[in-house]
Ligand binder design. Structure first.
Ligand code: B1M
Length: 210
């Protein structure tokens, strides 16, 4: 079996140690970090994404695969930076102010990272000032907001207003998600998109940036 396929399979199986070993092996065979990332790690996460959409994988499997992918990416990151490999886009992501739920946001971040986006994770309980500061500082392409409480999702609108007031709204796409969030709410607050799950968030990011 080709090394890329082996790496992808181990990502799907969530075997971080095997992924690390195979990534190092591929590097020792002079395969570029970019090829290893795209044809091994990202290819594996694409399979995970499909399985999650088809209800063949559930949250625990996705988390374990994402961790295995991250283990491989940690080896490649310095090499990718050296080779100046451009990420597909930069996403500033966080759970909004007042909300401590970060499991879903973390999965979305990891899946986006697996799909080749650079992630600036602001954590949970993030005030609008921080979203604005990092959108500007990082010259982000996408702002991703997560909320799990009906009482905190309304804060997303304030962040969008904050981006408008800072003159950033035209420069950045806004995507939102979280259990109480709906497409209707996204339309209401004029977000660029809503995703019900992490795999759809990846498709959404690809669509709105293309
Ligand atoms: Co809380 N909590 N919680 N909780 N909690 C819920 C959300 C709740 C529905 C439980 C319930 O009552 N049935 C309820 C909210 C009710 C409501 O507002 N309608 C609730 C409550 C009330 C509370 C507290 C207020 C409880 C209390 O203290 N009285 C409190 C609030 C604290 C706060 O935030 N200020 C609280 C606290 C907690 C814990 C800290 C104990 C813990 C969070 C730990 C953590 O995240 N580190 C917790 C948990 C675990 C839950 C439940 C059980 C599970 C949430 C979760 O992680 N789901 C939850 C009940 C439930 O949802 N069944 C509940 C798994 C996760 C993968 O899914 O986050 O939906 P989810 O993310 C999905 C999608 O939504 C989407 O993709 C993800 C992956 O598929 N998605 C995005 C998410 N973000 C996205 C962003 C995107 C796109 C897609 O674009 C950027």
């Amino acid at each position: 079996m080709a090394i890329f396929e082996q790496i992808a399979n181990e990502v799907v199986k969530g075997q971080a140690d095997a992924v690390k070993k195979l990534v190092n092996q591929a590097l020792s065979e002079n395969i570029s970090a970019e090829d290893i990332m795209n044809n091994g790690l990202v290819a594996g996460m694409n399979v995970v994404s499909e399985k999650f959409k088809n209800n063949e994988f559930f949250i625990p499997e996705v988390l374990v695969s994402a961790r295995a992918m991250t283990a491989g990416l940690e080896i490649l990151n310095p090499l990718l930076a050296e080779a100046n490999v451009k990420a597909k886009g930069k996403v500033v992501i966080g759970t909004v102010k007042g909300d401590l739920h970060d499991i879903g946001k973390n999965i979305v971040g990891m899946m986006l990272q697996g799909a080749g986006y650079e992630i600036i994770d602001l954590g949970a309980d993030v005030p609008k000032e921080k979203f604005i500061e990092f959108t500007q500082k990082e010259d982000a392409n996408v702002v991703g907001m997560s909320a799990l409480l009906t009482t905190t999702m309304i804060y997303m609108q304030e962040i969008i207003q904050g981006l408008k007031d800072a003159g950033l709204r035209d420069k950045v796409k806004v995507i939102i998600g979280g259990a109480p969030v709906t497409q209707a709410y996204a339309d209401q607050i004029e977000a660029d998109g809503y995703a019900p799950d992490a795999a759809t968030a990846v498709d959404l990011a690809k669509d709105i940036l293309d």
